[in-house]
Design a protein around this ligand. Structure first.
Ligand SMILES: [Zn+2]
Length: 272
């Protein structure tokens, strides 16, 4: 148990990527020292699902540092190269009890607008799959909020199990009207490094999000929180996000930690 309070959960970290190859054990040790109990790993393509599952198999004992958990999904930026066979592989992984969520999926309009239709089709497949296997979704959204919210709402409308369509909009940054739509859909919002950026505007854009809808994340190795901006991100830094959130909301770090950890445990079905 962390000596200074409750344990934190990094709900979004790509620590299976090559950026962590040389010092993986030290990264986990630092996470342990920072009081991180779980690190959740969203897959980005079919190959990475296997990486995530292998790591989760190796790091499942809470007495040996953070517990790692795997997800299955195809990142919107990987969709261009993805095939129906890839989606079929995600489908097969989805029923594996070691897979705690479907992700990451979503929409990314920033890099390339030439395969929007394919992104929409894969997104819908992921949502239907999540409802089928009753597991939460992890959404990536880059400059695509309107379409993402519309598609999620449409899928909820037509689903035989709308209540099962739940999850998180990861790396959430508003704006305020988007916040209310995501709240309405019943989804959580993942707060990460961008929340700590000076002039980033995220604390203002998320000011109306109740604490019971917030979970914490790093998105390692990307979007490193202040004061380490520009360097590689890692799960131990999720504590910096918790501290900033506590400061902005006028709460104790322990209170923020307790509530967001509890939210993440409930959403992802994690044991204490
Ligand atoms: Zn991600």
């Amino acid at each position: 148990m962390y000596p200074n309070g409750s344990m934190l959960i990094d709900t979004h970290a790509h620590i299976f990527l090559e950026q962590f190859e040389t010092d993986f054990d030290q990264v986990l040790e630092r996470a342990n020292g920072a009081g991180i109990s779980h690190i959740l790993m969203p897959a980005i393509d079919v190959t990475s699902i296997q990486f995530c599952v292998d790591l989760a198999d190796k790091h499942g004992d809470p007495h040996n540092g953070p517990v790692l958990k795997a997800m299955a999904g195809i990142h919107p930026s990987s969709v261009q190269a993805a095939t129906d066979e890839d989606m079929q592989a995600v489908r097969e992984w989805a029923t594996d009890p070691r897979i705690i969520a479907i992700g990451e999926t979503g929409l990314d309009y920033y890099w390339d607008r030439s395969f929007d239709d394919k992104q929409h089709a894969f997104l819908r497949e992921h949502i239907r799959l999540a409802a089928e296997v009753d597991k939460p979704l992890v959404f990536h959204d880059r400059e695509a909020s309107d379409d993402l919210v519309r598609i999620v709402a449409e899928e909820k409308e037509r689903s035989p199990h709308p209540e099962r369509i739940r999850g998180v909009f990861h790396c959430f940054g508003g704006p305020a009207d988007h916040t209310s739509r995501v709240k309405q859909l019943g989804f959580h919002m993942g707060i990460g490094g961008t929340y700590t950026f000076k002039n980033g505007g995220v604390p203002d854009a998320t000011a109306t999000v109740p604490l019971d809808r917030i979970i914490l994340e790093t998105d390692s190795p990307y979007l490193t929180p202040a004061p380490h901006r520009g360097k590689r991100n890692e799960p131990s830094y999720v504590r910096l996000v918790a501290e900033k959130l506590a400061e902005v909301r006028g709460l104790s770090v322990d209170e923020v930690t307790r509530i967001t950890t509890n939210n993440a445990k409930q959403l992802f079905g994690l044991a204490d």
